[in-house]
Design a protein around this ligand. Structure first.
Ligand code: HEC
Ligand code: HEC
Length: 357
């Protein structure tokens, strides 16, 4: 096994490699916005191979938007105060651990799951939320705006509670996401290339946790540890936890096996995306989802009831409330490092004109 210094260097190396890929030294392009008419141009293909090596290429009729990196902000003709706000939002996005204990109660940064600072296709690029909302969201059965969508990832993915709506931090995060969306028409209705973590083809064999465990030991444990807890060196998270108290909770979108499989295939191992097989990605997702993590903030006090209540919209895709190795997953009151189950913002909304909200 590597010692922690070597591991730290490994992360720096991997991040440097990613940074080098994102520095666009080979291609002339640093951003792209447009609809594919027929085949993508050679230049666009080069650009995509640079930022998302091995990712599927865009198809005829798809809307492609790949925003520039934050460095491009300096050259923009916008008010310096707005630049400062966007820069603050970017800083919160990549180093969300600065809100640890206040809004974040696990080892995640937003950028832990939204790689390339939230800009990259197939890595849950965050700009679509700035142009497709407000819209109805099945997960909470009402119309959400951008702030509420951000609040969702704080609640589940960060196992926390969002900064207050309208607060400086919330405004800054929204400003960063909107800056990434610059040039995209509001309510663009064409299929967006690489949005979310696009669904993988089905595996040949049923996903299997035991096979996943072996692949994990070979390809993932070096960074995320055998016990899934990741690596923290001198109080700094070097590699985030993939399960356990420092990871996302049972209500997080990535706890759905199909989402996790896709994230893994397109993004892991870090610096070597699209190198493991589709079968391995599904097996790894099945294995990781067979481990414990903090309680779903929507918990009713009974895991079987909670699974049932959110079965159709969510838990039919997770192993929450399922028995694995004689243990009912999620059957506990452990909320991780926070001291509450659900943040106050998790509430219904009513636009009928009949409510006092
Ligand atoms: C543990 C992984 C994880 C972390 C950490 C995380 N997210 Fe997400 N995020 C997801 C998943 C999964 C989705 C849903 C993607 C999909 O639908 O395929 C998502 C979706 C989003 C979207 C909607 C994108 C769209 O296409 O409309 C936004 C905006 C977003 N996240 C912002 C954030 C912010 C801001 C943070 C930090 C406070 C954050 N996320 C942290 C996993 C994560
Ligand atoms: C070289 C180290 C490294 C390797 C190897 C690696 N990862 Fe990661 N992984 C990271 C880092 C670092 C992040 C967070 C993204 C960032 O900071 O750029 C991450 C993020 C993740 C996440 C989302 C955040 C979380 O903690 O849940 C998952 C899931 C994940 N990796 C799974 C895997 C799997 C499965 C493998 C094996 C196929 C793997 N990783 C291999 C370093 C690594």
């Amino acid at each position: 096994m590597l010692n922690s210094i070597q591991k730290f260097t490994l992360k720096q190396g991997a991040v440097l490699a990613l940074g080098a890929l994102a520095s666009f030294s080979v291609v002339g392009m640093d951003r792209y916005t447009g609809v594919i008419d027929g085949e993508p141009s050679e230049e666009l293909v080069k650009f995509i191979e640079n930022v998302a090596p091995g990712a599927p290429l865009p198809q005829d009729g798809e809307f492609v938007h790949i925003p520039p990196a934050i460095d491009a902000l300096e050259d923009e003709d916008i008010h310096p105060k707005l630049k400062e706000t966007i820069r603050r939002g970017h800083d919160l996005f990549v180093n969300t651990q600065q809100l640890r204990g206040e809004n974040v109660f696990n080892n995640m940064d937003c950028a832990s799951c939204h790689l390339g600072d939230g800009r990259l296709p197939f890595s849950g690029p965050v700009w679509p939320a700035a142009v497709v909302l407000p819209d109805y969201r099945p997960k909470n059965d009402h119309v959400n705006n951008l702030e509420e969508r951000i609040a969702g990832c704080f609640t589940y993915s960060m196992n926390g509670t969002p900064p207050e709506y309208g607060s400086d931090d919330m405004l800054a995060l929204s400003a960063y996401l909107q800056w990434l969306a610059k040039g995209v028409p509001m309510y663009e209705s064409k299929k967006m290339y690489g949005r979310g973590y696009p669904r993988l083809e089905d595996p040949e064999l049923e996903p299997d946790a035991l096979r996943g465990k072996e692949v994990y030991a070979q390809n993932c444990a070096v960074c995320h540890s055998e016990d899934g807890a990741g690596q923290v060196v001198d109080g700094q998270v070097v590699f985030p936890a993939v399960w356990g108290d420092d990871s996302y909770n049972w209500g997080a979108g990535i706890s759905r096996v199909f989402t996790l499989a896709s994230f893994i295939k397109y993004n892991m191992p870090l610096g070597q995306p699209n190198t493991i097989s589709v079968q391995d990605a599904w097996d790894l997702a099945q294995y990781i989802d067979s481990q414990e993590r903090p309680q779903d903030p929507r918990y009713t006090g009974d895991v079987v009831e909670t699974r049932e209540k959110y079965l159709d919209t969510f838990h039919k895709h997770t192993l929450y409330g399922v028995e694995v190795d004689g243990q009912l997953l999620g059957d506990h009151d452990n909320v991780g490092h926070k001291d509450f189950l659900a943040p106050d913002v998790l509430r219904p909304r009513d636009f009928s004109g009949q409510s006092s909200n």
